[in-house]
Design a protein around this ligand. Structure first.
Ligand code: FES
Length: 113
């Protein structure tokens, strides 16, 4: 059976935010060790406060595979990766990407395998 062209989507956008926490001196690093948790807490609060929960899925993910670049989140369906460093960065991503359908260009990270 071939893949269907398009299926009904549960969300307009779905955010996966890396919650992996390794010890501070771990050679791979981790988003948690880079300060991710307070940022994801802020993101969850903003989604709730702004009433975006019906359209925006927000999932705590495991390691996304680019640990030294963290904290990382990725937003689908666009497949845009962001590396926020502060709660102000989270607010920028919410306002720009989630509310205005615009890239938060300064926070985009382009990764390669
Ligand atoms: S620990 Fe976050 S991408 Fe690996």
């Amino acid at each position: 059976m071939e893949l269907p062209e398009e299926l009904p989507q549960l969300y307009k956008r779905h955010i996966f935010a890396c919650h992996t926490q390794r010890p501070p001196m771990h050679p791979r690093g981790s988003c948690g060790a880079a300060g991710a948790q307070p940022l994801w807490d802020r993101l969850g609060r903003k989604i709730e406060e702004l009433g975006l929960g019906a359209d925006i899925g927000f999932t705590a993910s495991g390691c996304l595979g680019f640990c030294s670049a963290g904290p990382l989140l990725v937003i689908y369906p666009e497949g845009i990766w962001y590396r926020p460093q502060s709660e102000a960065d989270i607010d920028t991503i919410v306002e720009s990407h989630l509310q205005q359908d615009r890239l938060a260009e300064d926070l985009v990270v382009v990764l390669s395998r």
